[in-house]
Design a protein around this ligand. Sequence first.
Ligand code: ADP
Length: 435
Amino acid sequence: MQIAVGNKDEEWKNMTTEKCNSCNDSQCSAQQKRSGEREEDFIARQELQSRMCQIKHKILVLSGKGGVGKSTVAVNLAAALAMAGKQVGLLDVDVHGPSVPKLLHLEGTPVSGGANGITPVEVDFQSGKIRVMSIGFLLRGKDDAVIWRGPRKYGLIKQFLKDVDWGSLDYLVIDSPPGTGDEPLAVAELLEKADGAVVVTTPQEVAVQDVRRCIVFCRELNLPVLGIVENMSGYTCPKCSEHVHIFGADGGRIMAEEMGVPYLSGIPIEPEVVKSGDSGIPMVQAHPHSKTATAFGRIVRALLGSELNSGASKDVGAKSGRQTRIAIPVTNGVLSSHFGHCERFVLFDVDSDGKSISQKQEVLPPPHEPGTFPKWLHEQGATIIIAGGMGSRAQSLFNQNDIQVVVGANGGDPDTIVKDFLDGSLETGANVCDH
Ligand code: ADP
């Protein structure tokens, strides 16, 4: 076994100096030493929780079996979140077959240490960066055999969570190996408070049975199932447009209903998915108007929607004491594809139930100059803007003004957009910003 990580253990151990003083949460397990816990283990646990405290949402991507597209989903999910303006990390804990370096064209990239731990590899997207860490970066050669037993894997995953300088992130997406083995167990235990798991399956019976086991596994770990993604869900013939269910139809959706977990989306079979994986450019970036990218828009929308109902956006509202007010840039009565040149904004106030519109008004924006709209919309009381495409700088200005950005909406009248947004059915593709 030829693995660079072995040689770096000592070096990396010495790099981390962070103690857990990042919050005053009396409920946090890192505040209290556990009975019988050794001092060094307690300190390590505090360091880990201190890192994790800076990451708002942690999502595991799981599958019952291999080959169903789990890594493809993890990479595109991370990319779609980054393109929606989120700060994203992607951790590949598939010790036996790390695919993330290949899927992002990062094979052979060296990792180094900085003052604050192991520096993740950064990948640039049009609207942001993804910070990536994978066991694949630590292998000396492509064909290194990796034979790890449980405790060694646990130690490595702990190191990835504790010693990597993730910084502050909105989302950490974790690509686990297929099945219900040591790795997802280690991640769920170490994270303590993960948001939950996105479970990937294909429509056919065997994969769906495997995924049932995966859901039971999540339940045993008290890990919420954020939803099912049915990958390879039919193929549309490019010549005759006939839609063929190569691996059966709707297995994932039916199983999700039976198991009482959300169904996030189907993703079709598209040959470009394979090409984009081989070229290292995620499908949502390479083909932002494809059916696959649209499906990821739906998945991200659902995840951001639950964030809206349960976390970050409430924080936005709570900080400012404001109710949810959604701004839609409109030209000729429909969503303006470029918000900076819209005719007007329609502002929708949302009821405290978070589901219905209580009031609506139209406002004319000031003359367009870069950077003026975020501040002005904040003054108008907006807490969310739904746009077609938006560059990273504009997104970060909106975020600085306590306005959450939703990108990738595909046009339509503002009332329908807001209604769909509130009931979680808004169709969004990738963020397409042409400047
Ligand atoms: P897993 O992580 O579950 O083992 P991968 O993400 O590595 O699966 O995908 C397995 C193969 O299937 C890859 O070659 C990938 O490009 C291909 N693939 C995944 N999803 C799709 C899709 N929707 N359409 C076409 N090919 C796909």
